[in-house]
Design a protein around this ligand. Structure first.
Ligand SMILES: Cc1cc2nc3c(=O)[nH]c(=O)nc-3n(C[C@H](O)[C@H](O)[C@H](O)COP(=O)(O)O)c2cc1C
Length: 329
């Protein structure tokens, strides 16, 4: 049986990857992920703010701060990150030495600026690809959706300009026309999209009348949003598709592949159960394929996408109307 998968020009042993998370901050858990069977590892992100802050520090020391458009620092004096930019590069280098599976660096950004030339350093440090996380929450009523999309494409273009590594873009699900934006990403030089970021939703304490940051691990119900968009995009875009969000069981893996994912990324399940959980996902995939005498992942991938589904309405408005009208039957 052949589970090999091409993703971002990399030949993976199978489609199940470890997504970006603190598990990749330490070499010993990177080794554990690889030993448990991860086909690739996405490192936790380096944030644009970190690169920017370091630039400010350097130019301050050299008395050249005036050269920077935005000389304010985001986290002056505090160090909330696992790695500074130079340490991140060293971590990429060490991770590559520690395991023999692809290591994908993650850059997390919200605007194009001089930080993007860091992509060249990531490439020189030995990363196999870049996952660019465009995490942006629009809150300014003066800024239109078109401007925000243009800004995002500007980020992709500047990373593309500074690195020839294969490039995946991790997106949020909130677009007026996701297929249109994905087509533009492809024209700008990205090879894959990762669907989707989870928005960590602050909660409100009514008792203390305060807002508190909130991060809960996912469960399988979050996969449904991904399945719909995977199915809508699969077979209709030259971009490769990676599912992120709500993959916990072998069945979740299978669903994502059937909807059209090239790869699936797992995080919450690994944080909850440990890296060894990956092995069970992989065994479940292999068992399913053996039971059905499937020889390659290509026989599964995209079988239930919109283009090939026997019931395409299930993904579209017809099913929405039907679901509302007949919810109790
Ligand atoms: C504790 C934690 C840290 C994370 N750190 C990152 C990160 O640095 N960069 C990133 O792109 N995603 C990060 N993520 C998001 C995950 O990569 C993933 O997209 C998300 O958790 C959905 O997948 P899941 O349902 O398997 O958890 C993080 C998630 C968690 C729970």
């Amino acid at each position: 049986m052949n589970l090999t998968t091409n993703y971002l020009g990399l030949q993976l042993q199978h489609p199940i990857m470890a997504g970006a998370s603190p598990l990749s901050n330490r070499l010993h858990s990177i080794r554990e992920l690889a030993a448990a069977g991860a086909s690739a590892i996405v490192l936790a992100s380096l944030f644009e703010e970190q690169i920017h802050d370091e630039q400010v520090d350097r130019l301050k020391r050299e008395n050249r701060l005036a050269e920077l458009d935005a000389p304010e620092q985001f986290f002056a004096g505090s160090e909330p990150y696992a790695f500074g930019p130079d340490e991140y590069l060293e971590h990429i280098y060490r991770a590559k030495l520690a395991v023999d599976i692809p290591v994908i660096a993650s850059l997390n950004a919200r605007q194009p600026s001089s930080w993007a030339d860091f992509a060249r350093n990531v490439q020189n440090a030995g990363a196999d690809a870049i996952e660019l996380n465009l995490y942006f929450l629009p809150s300014d009523a003066e800024v239109s959706a078109a401007e925000i999309e243009q800004r995002m494409l500007g980020i992709v273009a500047s990373v593309r300009e500074h690195s020839s590594l294969p490039l995946a873009v991790k997106l949020s699900p909130f677009f007026s026309s996701l297929p249109h934006f994905v087509a533009r990403l492809h024209r700008t030089g990205a090879q894959a999209v990762v669907l989707f970021n989870r928005f960590y939703q602050p909660d409100i304490s009514a008792r203390f009348q305060e807002v508190s940051p909130h991060l809960e691990l996912s469960d399988s119900s979050e996969l449904l949003l991904r399945l719909r968009w995977l199915a809508l995009l699969s077979g209709r875009t030259p971009m490769q598709l990676s599912a992120s969000g709500g993959v916990h069981t072998p069945e979740d893996v299978l669903k994502a592949l059937l909807a059209g994912a090239d790869t699936v990324q797992v995080v919450s399940a690994l944080l909850r159960h440990g890296p060894g959980h990956l092995r069970g996902l992989l065994d479940g995939l292999a068992d399913y394929m053996a039971e059905r005498h499937l020889r390659s992942i290509d026989e599964l991938r995209g079988k239930l996408n919109l283009a090939r589904a026997q019931n395409p309405e299930a993904y579209e408005r017809a099913n929405y109307v039907h679901s509302l009208l007949f919810w109790d039957r």
